[in-house]
Ligand binder design. Structure first.
Ligand code: SF4
Length: 94
């Protein structure tokens, strides 16, 4: 069996997105660039962006790893919880 890359493995995951209830919210106006850089660089799904002086974020595609919570709760990350019943990521390759 051929060895799969991380991107290939992630591509097999299924996401059941609750579009009306984001499980993570961010402080869009947070302005400490050191903190912002942490989440920009650390999120394995690349869901954080910084554009026009604002942090932008989409919870769609979140791997629920908790990295952004550990790094920046009450800073860039305003709130973090697991998605509500049945929603969220379903891993296919570990
Ligand atoms: S929980 Fe993980 S994948 Fe989801 S937004 Fe935070 S760092 Fe990214």
């Amino acid at each position: 069996m051929a060895k799969m890359s991380v991107d290939d493995k992630l591509g097999l995951d299924l996401f059941h997105t609750d579009e009306h209830n984001p499980h993570i919210t961010v402080n869009e106006d947070y302005d400490d660039m050191e903190e912002i850089r942490k989440v920009l660089l650390a999120c394995p799904a690349g869901l954080y962006h910084y554009e026009n002086g604002k942090v932008t974020f989409s919870h769609e595609g979140c791997l629920e790893c908790g990295t952004c919570r550990v790094l920046s709760i009450d800073k860039v990350v305003k709130s973090w919880d697991h998605p509500m019943g049945g929603a969220g990521v379903q891993f296919r390759q570990g």
